[in-house]
Structures are given as structure tokens and as C-alpha cells.
Design a protein around this ligand. Structure first.
Ligand code: SF4
Length: 212
């Protein structure tokens, strides 16, 4: 009898939790659509808290509904970008790291992989060299990393206050979440994949120049 009651209560609890998740998903969906049209006038911290906490269930719901697979990541990236934009601008370049993904490199890249990532020689074959040439003289520290384990290592070994990340949707969202205490600013790859990806260099420069 007690066991039956326990299972009934448990079942009801699960149904209530599922309903709450669906309601929150609808709210985030509406804000996500609305976000494209407005600047700043919403509840970014609430949206971010909900998306971060319910990331996996939300991804599952979007998949079940055959929605854009990047919808949830796009919202999180955009909101985190907005929240941190003004604070990011005030932090000097010397205290800002830039993470570029390894996959941006050209197939004939002569650079070698070191313990802190790829050692770009600015050979001119890909956008990494272009970004490096602009960012480093301004004081930014730039890292070309093959994965999040490198990011974690660099974060442990550096003193910094802000970060610019370039990556595909999921990776960028994960890195911005991981580095949420460092005013993260994100730029999505224009062409994703594991090899010879591309980024809009102008967009990266806009982030770099936003401090001046
Ligand atoms: S610019 Fe740098 S990363 Fe790009 S191909 Fe040349 S050495 Fe490699």
C-alpha cells in the first residue's frame, strides 16, 4: 500500500516536472524568437539560468520537435554575449584571451602543436594568421586550441579577466558557459566541421576593436 502510494506520488511529481520543463521551453522559445528583434530589453539572466540548467532536456525537446538543432545554443550564446558586452569593453586587451579553433587552419599549415596549442607562424594561408597579426600587437593573448581540455589548461595557467571565443554552436556555448565568469564574447564559425572551417574575420575584429 505504502509502495503503491509512493509510486503514484513519484509519477505525479515526474508529470509536474515535465510540464514545468515544457512551459519553460515555450517561454525560452518565445524569447528566442523575440530576441532577434530587440536589444537588451528582456530578462537575460533568467533566460540564461533556465537554458543552462535545462540544456539537455531542451536539446531533446528541440530534436523531438525537429527544430533548428542550434536553436538552444544560439539563444545561450546571444544572451551571454549581450549580458557581458559592456563589461567586456572595459577590460584591457592585456587581460583578455582569444581562443580560436584548430579546425580553422589551412590543410598545408606549417605550424606545430605545442603544449599551449598551435604555434601559428602567420604564413597567410588562413584567417588565424590574420587575426593573430591584429590581436597580439594590441595586447591580446591568442590561443589556437584543438579542444576544451586545452582551454581548461590555459585557463588554469593564465591570469585574465575576459575572453573571446570562436567555435561552432555547441562548442562555443560550452566554452562560454565554462568561462562565464570572464565576460565571454563569442563569434560563431561561418562554415563548421572538423576541417578547414571559416570565420567572419570582420566579426572577430569588431569584438577586438570594441575595447577602443
Ligand atoms: S596562418 Fe597560421 S594557422 Fe593558418 S595555416 Fe598559416 S601557420 Fe597555420
Amino acid at each position: 500500500m505504502i509502495i503503491d502510494t509512493f509510486y503514484i506520488v513519484l509519477g505525479q511529481l515526474l508529470v509536474i516536472i515535465a510540464i514545468i520543463i515544457v512551459i519553460l521551453f515555450i517561454i525560452v522559445f518565445i524569447f528566442g524568437k523575440y530576441l532577434v528583434k530587440i536589444e537588451g530589453n528582456y530578462f537575460p539572466k533568467f533566460i540564461l539560468l533556465v537554458v543552462d540548467s535545462l540544456y539537455s532536456p531542451f536539446k531533446t525537446i528541440s530534436k523531438l520537435l525537429k527544430m533548428d538543432e542550434h536553436f538552444i545554443d544560439n539563444i545561450a550564446i546571444r544572451v551571454r554575449d549581450d549580458i557581458n558586452k559592456e563589461k567586456f569593453k572595459k577590460i584591457p586587451a592585456e587581460k583578455t584571451l582569444i581562443f580560436l579553433p584548430h579546425c580553422l587552419r589551412h590543410r598545408n599549415c606549417p605550424a606545430t602543436l605545442q603544449k599551449e596549442g598551435l604555434n601559428c607562424t602567420e604564413c597567410g594561408l588562413c584567417s588565424i594568421g590574420v587575426i593573430k597579426k591584429k590581436a597580439e600587437p594590441l595586447g591580446y593573448k591568442l590561443y589556437i586550441v584543438p579542444g576544451s581540455s586545452f582551454v581548461k589548461k590555459i585557463v588554469r595557467e593564465n591570469k585574465f579577466k575576459a575572453v573571446i571565443g570562436v567555435a561552432c554552436h555547441e562548442d562555443l556555448n560550452q566554452v562560454m558557459m565554462l568561462l562565464s565568469d570572464f565576460c565571454p564574447q563569442g563569434v560563431l564559425l561561418k562554415k563548421t566541421g572538423c576541417f578547414e572551417t571559416t570565420v567572419d574575420v570582420k566579426e572577430v575584429f569588431e569584438k577586438i576593436d570594441s575595447k577602443y
